[in-house]
Design a protein around this ligand. Sequence first.
Ligand code: PLP
Length: 383
Amino acid sequence: MKKLVYLDNAATTPLLTEVLDEMMPYFKDSFANPMTYMQSSLGLDAFKALEKARNHAASLINAKPDNILFTGSGTESDNMAIKGVAFKKGKGHIITSKFEHHAVLHTVQALQRHGFSFTFVDIDKSGFVDINQIEDAIRDDTILISIMHANNEIGTIQPIEEISRLAHKNGIFFHTDAVQSCAHIDVDVEKIECDFLSISAHKFNGPKGVGFLYIKDKDSVYPLIDGGAQEWGLRAATHNMPGIVGLGKACEIAQNNLGFQKEKLINLRDYFLNTLLQNIDGINVNGSMHNRLPQNLNIRLDGINNDALLLGMNRYGIIAAGGSACAATDTVPSHVLIALGLTPEEASSSVRFSFGIENTQEEIEYALDIIISLVKKLRLLRG
Ligand code: PLP
């Protein structure tokens, strides 16, 4: 079988075997609806499994289980927080940044059709939002500030605790998209003091199509999905039990392994970067290497078209990314790299490598050999 070296863990991660094992019974034998817990022991068992997963999710971010609302994805969690507040308030102004994930950017833009206004603040050349710009953007009618914890393309970690305090000083809700940071660095809602925080299980070796939203005060939002009484009536629909159980297990494993994983990922990533720098000229890192997710590396390779390099790497089973997975079909350059101040040409010579807990040193050596030789060949061909 062709060797696979998967270095695109920011797009999604492989499901851990322990997580799959935990999910399996809920596809068949333990099929009960947890909302029937008053009527049957089968229903009660399902309900207990649901609440066990909620406890693991809460514990991972230092929240109370009552503040965890299961959703169908990180995208849904972002929509729930932003539209939920907007529809509850009825009108107002929202502040976010230019390099948010589309799940936030497009949600805020969509609210313009319903009469809401917004400000998108800049990021600096190192990949951080400027808190002064956020402060200047605050208006009397600002209802929400939404700034991501860590960026999905360049991995820079934002000063969300300060931004949260600024929001609250002005009586404004604060939401953070922690889809990329959660389970990779410390995410603690008590420290952040956020009102909302979005998570997605498939970014930390859990299943796809399931996430959760931390909500400090459940009265602060209107539901987006009306129907049954599930999730306190805020998110109707029969629970995705295999998904939620898998999410809970992934949270439990992540919490147990956090410190160890972080160190391993930093070592792999830094070794990878240093070896590239020693062997190839014309490499620049996009975004600061300080205050950056341990698993993220985004580099610009002078004179290289990222599509050509990625296709070449794919022939050897090495997978990385030219931009975010959700924008992979776009022909326009990455909005994150453009917001960082790169030209469209520089953006199209950039590659994101995102490392995972299952990557080994041997895989990294193999990938480095291939990548170094491909870059040299592509540059020779270019003349
Ligand atoms: N927010 C960020 C920062 C992401 O990286 C992603 C996925 O790439 C999402 C939100 C969307 O999450 P999901 O794929 O679960 O909808």
